[in-house]
Design a protein around this ligand. Structure first.
Ligand code: XUL
Ligand code: CO
Length: 440
């Protein structure tokens, strides 16, 4: 079997003082942080679409990186991609991968033919998994790139398109089960609208829920016990994506009775496109019992689209891992690098350098989040800030004992509230975070 990255060794952990660019400075897979090894806490995954397929093509130019893997024939290329992906995962000590069905194997003449070719690649992935111990984190169906999905898949005005996407998703679930994946993602590729002038939003949303219900029922019937995830995103490609943000998606899931089967796959860049912080989205998911998995990347504050950059912002990674630890860590989910090296970072080495940058950033974030929690000052501050709810009138409100009449009586007797107002201390808290992060 060909080696695709002959000049890249297995990436060692050398610690923060190392100047070896092909070494981890913070990601030490076997180091225990917060009761588990880093590899268990972080559960890194490789994204098949960016890493194995994305060649830097954009609307201004053709690809800059060679992602042919030495093969011009698409079936041979699909197999070569598997070998190259497992080599990358081995060299980077990444235990998981994620794919869209069409990343593994493209469309051929008919759905039957497409499925048959996909089966071969899936069988090869299974063989490689058995040899290496690597695992599938989650699978999904690419129901947005083919022209048939121009108006959406589950929310298409055409019932035939809905049926086609259902067939595609059925197969994608089967491959996920075959490869032992514990997650299945719905990212609403073109599930949204460009103008309400041509859109029956109510029917489209009902239909989306119908498709999800059918998928859950089928998946459970073939033994899928993992989580379904919705990956919120507010815009791009459509002007309005139905899965706008976590709060919107939770409302949708509850309305249609899908909340027991679904959790969230939160992507950092999607959070910021929705004008939220990454931490906000994670907090909404955690507080409502929908924390599931993460697409790790970052956007650019000056750009209004999904740039899918490798995450290097240590603050964001810390606050993300703080939420993950507070949620009790990952169960079926993990950290999938839905990220691509910039178009100008086109060499094979850049694949490794960008993953090292992302993995080290999250390792740093994990360690800092753990320190933040054991330091305790921030958690204690928040606890004290809400202490008026543990006794007296606060406790009576929470227990449901106090009525509006009682509160009026209390307020009248007490007079103006001055003694229970205290500073929010934002600057002090931000400086505690700095101190924990840059204890230099
Ligand atoms: C698109 C995106 C997708 C999903 C999987 O913005 O994030 O790649 O992660 O469909
Ligand atoms: Co994503």
């Amino acid at each position: 079997m060909a080696e695709y990255f002959e000049n890249i060794p297995k990436i060692p952990f050398e610690g923060p003082k190392s100047d070896n660019l092909l070494a981890f400075k913070y990601y030490n897979p076997d180091e225990i942080v917060n009761g588990k090894t880093m590899r268990e806490q972080l559960k890194f995954a490789l994204s098949w679409w960016h890493t194995m397929g994305g060649d830097g093509t954009d609307m201004f130019g053709v690809g800059t990186a060679d992602k042919t893997w030495g093969e011009s024939d698409s079936e041979k290329r699909a197999i070569a991609k598997v070998d190259a992906a497992f080599e990358i995962m081995d060299k980077l000590s990444i235990d998981y991968y994620c794919y869209h069905d069409r990343d593994l194997s493209p469309e051929y003449g008919s759905l039957a033919q497409t499925n048959e070719k996909l089966d071969k690649v899936v069988a090869y992935c299974k063989e490689k998994q058995e040899q290496t111990g690597k695992k599938l984190l989650w699978g999904t169906a690419k129901c947005f790139d083919h022209p048939r999905y121009m108006h959406g898949a589950g929310t298409s005005p055409s019932a035939d398109v809905f049926a086609y996407s259902a067939a595609q998703i059925k197969k994608a679930i089967e491959t996920t089960v075959e490869l032992g994946g514990n997650g299945y993602v719905f990212w609403g590729g073109r599930e949204g609208y460009e103008t309400l002038l041509n859109t029956n939003m109510s029917l489209e949303l009902d239909n989306m829920a119908r498709l999800m219900r059918m998928t859950v029922d089928y998946a459970r019937s073939i033994g899928f016990t993992g989580d379904f995830y919705i990956e919120p995103k507010p815009k791009e490609p459509t002007k309005h994506q139905y899965d706008f943000d976590t709060a919107t998606v939770i409302g949708f899931l509850r309305k249609y009775g899908l909340d027991n089967d679904f959790k969230m796959n939160i992507e950092a860049n999607h959070a910021t496109l929705a004008q939220h912080t990454f931490q906000h989205e994670l907090r909404v998911a955690r507080d409502n019992g929908f924390f599931g998995s993460i697409d790790a990347n970052q956007g650019d504050v000056l750009l209004g689209w999904d740039t899918d950059q490798f995450p290097t912002n240590a603050y964001d990674a810390t606050l993300c891992m703080y939420e993950v630890l507070k949620a009790g860590g990952f169960t079926n989910g993990g950290l999938n690098f839905d990220a691509k090296a910039r178009r100008g970072s086109f060499t094979k080495e850049d694949i490794f350098l960008s993953y090292i940058a992302g993995m080290d950033t999250f390792a740093m974030g994990l360690k800092a989040a753990d320190k933040l929690i054991s330091d305790g000052r921030i958690d204690k501050f928040v606890e004290d800030r809400y202490s008026s709810w543990t006794t007296g009138i606060g406790a009576d409100i929470i227990s449901g004992k106090a009525t509006l009449n009682d509160l009026e009586k209390y307020a009248l007797e007490k007079g103006e509230v001055t003694d229970s107002l205290s500073s929010g201390r934002q600057e002090m808290l931000e400086s505690i975070l700095n101190q924990v992060l840059f204890n230099i």
